[in-house]
Design a protein around this ligand. Structure first.
Ligand SMILES: *Cc1c(COP(=O)(O)O)cnc(C)c1O
Length: 373
């Protein structure tokens, strides 16, 4: 059958789906352009590599991969319980936190109901919502010339989108791709105003990078809000994106429903082992935060010198604005062996999202940009 005919048979929502566009892998670029020294600042990966403790632990267990992993992730959930000082029953594991986001969507979204999220927020919210045949209600962001948080989430606008058919609200804090964030007080006030039967997903993929005192730790709210699920990942600061492991934290009642959708053995054996050790790698986390804040200063100064505006970010990436379509600058940088991320599909046609790399990678990027502009 033809693709168009298959689409007629597909579940509601699938025909209109625009699949997630991942950052181009380094090997692909090198193959296409015959380049050798390429760098990738496209997927918010950790430039320091994986946590060394996690990496050596993964290597230790690779010889056991003829065996299925522990389905419940008992050991990792216990490590997480100790790490966050919360009961092991409050955790659900995923093959990356996107796996958890997907489970939440499938548990609560279907044709006739809706999910609310902000414009310029993580692309997977729209994809999972649509894949379930549900409606996406997208709130307008704060304006581009907002004094404190340009392009940020407007919580009042989000609240205004919530109606009797809303089942899920997705919030990324900090947000990707903008790097904007929400303060403890405003987010708590928002939670207080959300009906108790609407699931709030607080996606904290980049939380470890944020140093501001006013930045909240959503896990502290789990006991008070039975409709809240906080998601975390080992992909970003822990440097384990390729292993695919993340988790959700919520009340056991809520997890009982979401957990029905978890595929058996969804987290691989090396991923479970690595994640346990990553939690102990305090030194690596410290180094990663330091590298990121130095890289942030380096890039901000570099962009400033090039006359480029950025959206103030607390993540490990920066959205940079150009005077022409971001896609053009992206192509030009690709030709110089530097992979960044176009964000036109996030309604930011003139921006590019650039991951903060190592000192050297940042320098290469800035040099390439100088030549391109
Ligand atoms: C990277 C990212 C994730 C999750 O990535 P996984 O690799 O699936 O854990 C989730 N939310 C946001 C906002 C992200 O940027």
């Amino acid at each position: 059958m033809k693709e168009t005919t298959w689409l007629e048979k597909a579940a509601p929502g699938i025909a209109d789906l625009h699949p997630y566009i991942p950052g181009k892998p380094i090997e692909e670029l090198e193959r296409e352009l015959g380049l050798v020294e390429t760098i990738k600042l496209a997927s918010n990966e950790n430039p320091l590599g994986p946590s060394p403790l996690a990496w050596s632990q993964a290597q230790m267990v690779v010889g056991d991969v003829n065996l299925y992993p522990d389905d419940s992730g008992f050991r990792l959930r216990n490590c997480l319980a100790e790490f966050h000082a919360i009961s092991p029953d409050a955790f659900i594991l995923g093959a990356g936190s996107s796996d958890v986001l997907n489970m939440v969507a499938r548990a609560f979204l279907s044709p006739g109901v809706n999910a609310v999220f902000s414009a310029h927020s993580f692309a997977m919210y729209a994809i999972y919502t649509q894949a379930c045949g549900a409606t996406a209600k997208v709130a307008d962001p704060l304006p581009a010339d907002h004094a404190e948080m340009p392009y940020g989430h407007d919580l009042d606008a989000m609240l205004a989108q919530v109606d009797e058919n809303t089942r899920v609200i997705f919030i990324a804090n900090p947000n990707n791709p903008t790097g904007t964030w929400l303060q403890r007080d405003e987010l708590k006030r928002f939670l207080d105003r959300i009906p108790a039967d609407v699931v709030v997903v607080l996606d904290e993929a980049y939380t470890q990078y944020v140093e501001d005192e006013r930045f909240p730790d959503g896990i502290e709210w789990i006991a008070d809000y039975p409709n809240l699920i906080v998601t975390r990942t080992f992909s970003k600061i822990y440097g384990l994106a390729g292993l695919r492991v993340g988790y959700g934290i919520a009340s056991p009642d809520l997890l009982g429903v979401i957990g029905r959708l978890r595929a058996p053995f969804n987290v691989s054996l090396p991923a479970l082992a690595a994640a346990e050790k990553a939690l102990e790698d305090v030194e690596f986390l410290k180094q990663s935060i330091l590298t990121n804040s130095e890289g942030m200063q380096q890039l901000e100064a570099g962009f400033d010198a090039l006359g480029l505006k950025t959206i103030p970010s607390v993540g490990n990436f920066l959205c940079v604005e150009f005077e022409r379509p971001g896609g053009e600058v992206y192509d030009a940088l690709l030709n110089k062996g530097v992979i960044v991320r176009p964000v036109a599909n996030y309604q930011l046609p003139n921006h590019l999202r650039i991951t903060i790399g190592s000192r050297n990678e940042n320098e290469v990027l800035l040099e390439a940009l100088r030549e391109v502009l």
